[in-house]
Structures are given as C-alpha cells and as structure tokens.
Design a protein around this ligand. Structure first.
Ligand code: SF4
Length: 442
C-alpha cells in the first residue's frame, strides 16, 4: 500500500477473520493531512446548538468563519446561536493582549441580546499570547449575573475529540445549578443529537408517543435552563457517543444518572433505541407503545424501501465520518437498501468500534482510522465505490474524482434520523448514485 505513510500502515485494516486489529485512538501523524478538525472546532460543534446562549470566539476572524451559520442545527425558538461573534484579533492585540477587547465585546453583546449564558471560546493565538479569559469570565459573571463560561479550546492542543471533552466540561458547569418545580419520574435527557434539519423533533415525537418525558436536549435545540435542570432526569440517552460520553460519565459520577448508547440512524438501530429506553423503565405499557410505533413505521416504510433496494442492489459505498458508531449504523442502513459498503473509516473510532465494524462488514472491506485525502481517494478508486458518504471535508474528495456524495454531517438540510430519515437517506443515495451526470466524468 504505497499510498499509505509507513507510520500509518497499522491504522488501516480489512474486514475478515484473520485481519489485524486496527491501531487507533492516537494523535494524528504530523504531515499526514488528517481529516480531523481542531479542538476549537470540536467544542464549537457541540455547543453551537444551545440556541439561547451567546457564543463569542476570542481569536482571529478566520476561526469564526468556519462556524458562522453553515450548520444545520435548527431552533424552535431563539436563534442567537446562529450569530457567531468574534473579537477579530489583529496584530496589535497579539502584541499587547486582547483582554480589554474581549471584556468590552462580551459586555456589549450581553446588553444587546440579554442571553441566558455565554460561552467564550479561546483559539490558537489566545493559547499562545495567554490572555486570562477565565478571569474576564469570572468578572463579567459577577457583574451581569449570568453564567459566563470559558471554553479553553486553542486548536493546536489536540484534535476535534479533545474539543468534545472541553465542551462537555463547559456544559457540566451548568448542570445542577437550577431545579425546575417538577420533573416527571420517567424522564430522559437526549445527549448528542444536534437537531440537524429538525431531526430532534422527529425523536421527540417518538418518545412522546411512548410516554417518555424529555427533560433536556443536549445540545440540539438546547436551552440553558433545561441543561441547568438536566441532573433531575432518570436516564441519559447518548447518541454520537464520541462527543457526549464525557458528559454522561461526569453526570453518572456526580448525580448517579445512568446512561445508554444509542443510534437513531437506520431502522434497526432506531427501533433498538426505543426498546432500550422502554426496557430501562421496566414499563410494559411503554414497551407496548414502542412496539406499536415500530410496527406502524415498518409497515409504512418497508414497501417504500423495497423500491429503492431493487434499483440500488449492486452499488458500492464508501463511508468516512467523525464517529465510528454512526458508521456502524450506516453500514446496516445501506445493506437494507441493497448497497454494499466497501470502505469504512472514522476520525475518532475506538478499538471496540472497529472490531464491531470488522464483524459487520463483508470480507475485504477496507477499514481505516484517521485517514487523509490521498488515502481516501486511492481507496475509493481501488474499490470502485459508486457513492461517498461523509462530511464537509470529504465532499471535494468525492467530487474531484467524479463520484456521487451524500452529506451525513452537520451541514445537511435533510433529516436522516428516525424512520422518515431512513426514507430520506434511501432517496438521497438513489438520486446521487443513479444520477446520469456521472456518465460525463472520467
Ligand atoms: S486550528 Fe487554531 S487558528 Fe485554526 S480554526 Fe482552530 S483555533 Fe482557529
């Protein structure tokens, strides 16, 4: 495999009983041009959907541009999250410090928007010049009486995964600081759904039909007051465990709230998520409602999916996403519509995740950890994939080599979770993989 750097060889494996265990969960190799984003990006992704909080980035404007309203997280109320404020640090600030600028910016923005809380993100340059952001946050919190939370996320300190941890620590400072008058006994917090294209609202409807109360959504369509009361839920239901496991663990240690890992992608994993919650509450009536819901959705969905399966059978897909847990759901969902997965990779998978993928995939499927554009382009050509499923950074790789692309990341505008999300997914795969435009590419 000449296109794989020597020090990365162990991070690539294949499905098959005799293939080696993948080497993962480590820092990216210098110079390998990893697809992973920076610490700041990881923290911003997680905190962005808290819609009634102020988000202020202390750094150069380039850092802020990355997250300025390009993400698909929707709000059912306030839309303060869509404004990505930045102190726009200049050369003069780098030399003399940006503390005064930051203080003045936060004060002005609080007076303008009256937010419930403020998250203040530090970036690479702030990590270098050493502005005392924590002190500024403490001072303003005293003056204004709302939580001002420093998010210590200089990009160079690690990868997106480290940013998730920093974001979880920031959220945790809110948890347990308020009690609502009443929280029903059978209530859950949803962790790790970011309400992309309104996906969270689909899930809320399912849980409502089952009689489950959703106490806080962290962070999709998130509200500061709900997060403050999150410690009163009976269970944390965690999707995208890569980003929210830390928070679930901290809440278990501090408030003894158990957690379970679920996926809402694909009909098997979606159904398991509902059954697992009913099972947790040991409630026969809830389980009966979950079964009825699944039966109703299946009877509507299966005939429609059969149409796509008939037409897509024989097509091949490449998957490269942030978390491996999502990749596992995608392999199952693609199989349901007749599409074979020939490449599966993730930025942040664990040994257990990759072992599961190895068992799930057909022999010969390439499995890769923390890949880069050269490798991915090579794998896709070698395996003759018909469609690439990934995020914003994978789109140009696919399009440059004339391949259909399905966005399964935070920028998408189509809900892909739940039962109706599965149908949207099938439609999108079909429309993209079967598009006549690919006949005109080399
Ligand atoms: S790596 Fe540093 S400079 Fe680049 S976006 Fe992240 S925080 Fe900003």
């Amino acid at each position: 495999m000449a296109h794989i750097l020597d020090d990365r060889q162990k991070q690539v494996s294949m499905a098959g009983a005799n293939e080696r265990t993948i080497d993962c969960n480590k820092a990216s190799l210098a110079g390998s041009v990893s697809q992973r984003a920076c610490v700041f990006c990881g923290s911003r992704v997680v905190l962005y959907p808290i819609v009634d909080a102020l988000h202020v980035i202390h750094g150069p404007i380039g850092c802020a541009a990355y997250t300025w309203d390009i993400r698909g997280s929707l709000s059912s109320g306030p839309e303060l999250h869509r404004l990505s404020y930045c102190t726009d640090l200049q050369e003069k600030d780098v030399i003399f410090g940006g503390e005064k600028k930051l203080y003045a910016s936060i004060i002005e923005l609080i007076e303008l928007h009256q937010p419930k809380a403020a998250f203040i993100y530090t970036t690479c340059i702030v990590g270098v010049i050493g502005d005392d952001v924590e002190q500024i946050c403490r001072t303003i919190q005293k003056e204004k009486g709302i939580p001002i939370i420093p998010v210590q996320s200089p990009g160079f300190q690690g990868s997106k995964k480290d940013g998730y941890k920093v974001a979880c620590e920031a959220i945790f400072t809110l948890v347990g600081t308020k009690n609502k008058p009443f929280t029903p006994a059978k209530s859950i917090n949803i962790l790790g759904d970011f309400n992309l294209a309104g996906e969270l609202w689909i899930l809320l409807e399912y849980y409502k039909r089952m009689g489950v109360h959703v106490n806080a959504t962290i962070t999709g369509d998130g509200r500061v007051d709900d997060i403050c009361n999150a410690h009163n839920a009976a269970l944390n239901v965690v999707q995208c465990s890569g980003s929210m496991n830390y928070l679930a663990k901290m809440m278990k240690d501090e408030y003894n709230i158990p957690s379970m890992r679920v996926s809402y992608f694909g009909i098997e994993d979606m159904s398991d998520a509902l059954y697992d919650v009913a099972r947790f509450f040991k409630d026969d009536d809830m389980m009966e409602k979950a079964r009825a819901l699944v039966k109703e959705e299946f009877s509507r969905l299966i005939p429609e999916l059969a149409w796509y399966k008939e037409r897509l059978t024989g097509k091949k897909a490449a998957i490269y996403v942030g978390g491996a847990f999502k990749a596992i759901s995608l392999v199952k969902a693609l199989r349901l519509i007749g599409v074979e997965t020939v490449i599966v990779g993730s930025q942040t998978g664990t040994t257990e995740d990759y072992e599961l993928i190895k068992q799930l995939c057909d022999e010969g499927t390439i499995i890769v950890d923390d890949s880069n554009p050269v490798e991915l382009a090579h794998f896709v050509k070698e395996k003759k994939a018909d469609i690439f499923i990934g995020g914003v950074k994978e789109r140009p790789i696919a399009h440059k080599i004339g391949l259909g692309f399905c966005d399964h990341n935070h920028e998408r505008k189509e809900p892909l979770a739940g039962y109706e999300g599965m149908l949207n997914f099938a439609k999108e795969i079909y429309a993209t993989a079967m598009s006549p435009v690919w006949r005109f590419t080399k």
